[in-house]
Design a protein around this ligand. Structure first.
Ligand code: FES
Ligand SMILES: [Fe+2]
Length: 447
């Protein structure tokens, strides 16, 4: 059995009623029982360079402040970004460097990096107030952890450790050493859809044949999915050779060999997605394209993989020795880390998505997209995301993803109709989404 299959939690119950997306009660339950209880990605760790560097982040109405406190392995502190005097947000900037005392610009109370009160303006005024206890005015600390180059927080002090939460995923993704990767691009879109609509669109491969028609005909793809703890994965089984029209060609061609198919797939990703297939894999695909037509597929794959490693190292980046061809194949295509984080690993790095609800509008969310690659140590990726006010203004930036975005608004509209009873998931190729909904029910109760 394929180890990606995971546990069997879904069974034959493929229907999920539409109120899972549309009910205001469900939104309220998510606010109370989901977001403050699950591990949430704050940022890439390389954003926190040097002692005193910080990043601010919001999980709905909860502002979070993460600070690098030193050089050691446990050198991150996370606190609520809120002054305990009158509740002003403490730090306004998105990132930067802090002095040892963090001043509140309303009345000047000051805190240290652990959130303890360092000084209070006119503290003597409270003399004789029995309820005044400076120690109790510390800003509550937040659980913080890191994995794969991402900094995570959990607002629940009793949450299980990040390590145990991620264990079923880390087993497959650790060999990719995403902590050594850096962003090729980083985009943030204020998406006009509910956060779940976004996650679900990227959480299955069932749509690929019909949705993505730009340069490769994916109709031969089949993408079974599995559940692993609260998380899920899908992988791909290719069923035949690819038809393609890439590199500006207007007409469709049918691949005559595995190597030609592989090349066309890589070229299409490289040219339109700018992720998963970056320079090393593209060059490796160029190198295998013209191998004799009767080369056995295993030999093609072995050469392709060896060339990817060679090209990565030629570029001055290092390739993880633990990322063997077996480990790559074993990892599948797309991992969902419950509830709102997705990682698609590849030899060149990963394509990563995060979706966060807009606290002011349930039909909007903030979605981040990172394309991670392997680069020489002196490479600096973007420090700030490129921000897009909606899908419309994003157009022209990523033809591949734009095909996905076209569905999302239409789904978000259609699912609210009286004419839609609910989703009927494909039990094999959308199992990951069905599992996602089952997990949401576990956290939030049925809507
Ligand atoms: S609200 Fe921060 S010092 Fe008054
Ligand atoms: Fe897609």
């Amino acid at each position: 059995m394929n180890r990606l299959q995971g546990q069997d939690t879904f069974g034959a119950d493929t229907f999920v009623s539409s109120d899972h997306w549309t009910s205001p009660q469900r939104d309220a339950a998510e606010r109370e029982k989901l977001w403050p209880k699950t591990w949430q990605v704050v940022c890439r760790e390389e954003r926190l360079q040097g002692t005193g560097s910080f990043v601010t982040h919001e999980i709905l109405d909860d502002p979070v402040l993460v600070i690098r406190t030193g050089e050691g392995p446990d050198d991150l502190s996370a606190i609520f970004n809120v002054c305990q005097h009158r509740g002003r947000r403490l730090v306004d900037r998105s990132h930067g460097t802090l002095g040892h005392e963090i001043p509140c610009r309303f009345h000047g109370w000051r805190y240290n990096w652990q959130g303890e009160v360092a000084s209070i303006t006119n503290e003597e005024d409270w003399e004789g107030c029995p309820a005044f206890d400076k120690a109790a005015l510390s800003i509550p600390q937040i659980r913080v952890g890191r994995w794969g180059g991402f900094v995570f927080v959990n607002l629940d002090p009793d949450a299980e450790s990040l390590e145990s939460w991620l264990a079923p995923v880390a087993e497959f993704l650790d060999p990719f050493r995403l902590q050594d990767c850096r962003p090729r691009f980083w985009a943030r879109i204020h998406a006009p859809i509910n956060w779940k609509t976004y996650i679900e669109a990227f959480n299955e491969g069932y749509h690929v044949g019909e949705t993505h028609k730009l340069g490769v005909n994916y109709r031969g793809n089949y993408s079974p999915a599995g559940a692993h703890g609260p998380h899920g994965v899908f992988w791909a089984e290719s069923r035949g050779l690819t038809e393609y029209r890439v590199r500006g060609s207007k007409t469709w061609k049918t691949s005559k060999s595995v190597q030609e198919s592989l090349w066309a797939n890589m070229a299409h990703q490289y040219d339109t997605l700018f992720a998963l297939t970056l320079d090393p894999t593209m060059t490796a695909a160029d190198r295998i394209k013209d191998l004799p037509g009767d080369t056995p597929p295993e030999e093609i794959m072995a050469k392709f993989y060896a060339y990817i490693i060679e090209e990565t190292e030629k570029s001055g980046a290092s390739y993880p020795p633990e990322l063997t061809m077996e480990a790559w194949k074993m990892a599948g295509i797309d991992w969902h880390i419950f509830p709102n984080f997705l990682i698609l690993p590849s030899p060149d790095g990963a394509l990563v998505y995060r979706a966060l609800p807009d606290p002011k509008d349930r039909d909007k969310s903030y979605v981040d997209i990172w394309s991670l690659g392997r680069y020489p140590a002196d490479y600096k990726g973007p420090e700030e995301p490129s921000f897009f006010e909606n899908f419309e203004v994003f157009k022209g930036n990523n033809p591949f993803l734009e095909e996905d975005f076209e569905n999302m608004e239409a789904v978000n509209t259609g699912m609210k109709s009286r004419g839609f009873r609910g989703a009927t998931y494909n039990p094999i190729q959308e199992k990951q989404n069905a599992h996602f909904q089952r997990m949401l029910d576990e956290y939030c109760g049925k809507p």
